[in-house]
Design a protein around this ligand. Structure first.
Ligand SMILES: [Zn+2]
Length: 310
């Protein structure tokens, strides 16, 4: 990313934070977003709301209620940093954990945990979305940190050479396999539909599909459906330009490791997919979900990343 662009990005973040502090000048302002109703009987507790108490005893039934319970904010010493991160994210501004720790004078590790918690939330939300597989080599331009998958002394790209499909392999396919490939798309399609599209006898079709599966070119889904795994050679023009926007976004983080690629894809999705993430929806999602930073959402294949259909 060039200097002007970075300066613009920083200025945009500064303005976004300015608006944030106008709305949330202190901890109390954040706490006011949480309902002050008893979790047992629902009675509203005005005193708790007005005095910004995090925990109160119900006047009606005496039950103790923690207002942040069941949200990602529960157990946090300060609400402001997380609120700021959510705010800037919804504003599509960039606020790195490093900057977050500087602004709110919190430990870097705390800022990093906060960031990770949101990433985990995005990843979990993405699971409810329709996704396609993509080989991670497509992301090589922005991957420059070593991850645990790499062996010491080797280039970060090296480890996956065994798990990715060689783009040249498409040329090596026989006629039947090419016919099946032509029928496949990245969205899972039923066996029968594919068979009809491929236009070859059923035995040959099954054999070709099986081979493509073994070669790692197709992916099998539930309900006897198949999809084409994405790799740079099968990207459409709009997908390629979306990838460019993603690279631009990633460059703000000074290179990421392949291990965290999925999380960044999810964060990118949560930033740009307005269909799912309208203004205010992230805060709402954080208010109704409890997730902690150390929770891993799922274990993914190191060479494959899930891409949501936007
Ligand atoms: Zn009550």
């Amino acid at each position: 990313m060039n200097k002007t662009k970075r300066a613009q990005e920083e200025e945009y973040t500064r303005q976004s934070l300015q608006k944030f502090f106008a709305k949330y000048p202190n901890e109390d302002a954040c706490l006011r977003e949480f309902p002050a109703n008893c979790k047992a009987c629902g009675t509203y507790n005005e005193k708790a709301f007005e005095s910004s108490q995090r925990v109160f005893d119900c006047d009606n039934c005496s039950t103790k209620t923690w207002r942040t319970a069941g949200t990602i904010f529960h157990g946090l010493k300060y609400l402001l940093p997380t609120f700021a991160l959510i705010w800037t994210h919804e504003d599509r501004a960039i606020l790195s954990p490093y900057k977050l720790s500087r602004i709110f004078k919190i430990a870097y590790s705390t800022a990093w945990e906060t960031d990770k918690k949101l990433h985990n939330l995005f990843e979990r939300e993405m699971e409810n979305f329709d996704t396609a597989d993509m080989v991670t080599t497509a992301f090589n331009p922005v991957i420059c940190k070593r991850s645990n998958f790499c062996t010491g002394g080797e280039h970060p790209d090296y480890f996956e050479e065994n798990v990715q499909m060689d783009p040249d392999i498409l040329d090596d396919l026989d006629e039947d396999q090419q016919a099946v490939c032509a029928a496949l798309i990245v969205k899972p399609t039923g066996f029968d539909v594919l068979f009809e599209k491929a236009g070859i006898p059923i035995a040959r079709f099954s054999a070709a599909l099986g081979t493509l599966n073994l070669l790692g070119i197709v992916k099998q889904h539930l309900g006897n459906k198949y999809s084409l795994k994405k790799n740079p050679t099968v990207l459409s023009r709009s997908e390629k330009s979306l990838l460019e926007v993603f690279f631009e976004y990633i460059r703000n983080f000074h290179g990421i490791s392949r291990k965290y690629l999925q999380q960044y894809v999810a964060a990118f999705w949560a930033r740009y997919c307005r269909k799912r993430w309208s203004k205010g929806s992230l805060l709402k999602c954080c208010m109704t979900n409890a997730i902690n930073g150390s929770q891993r959402v799922r274990c993914i294949h190191p060479g494959i990343v899930q891409i949501p259909f936007v």
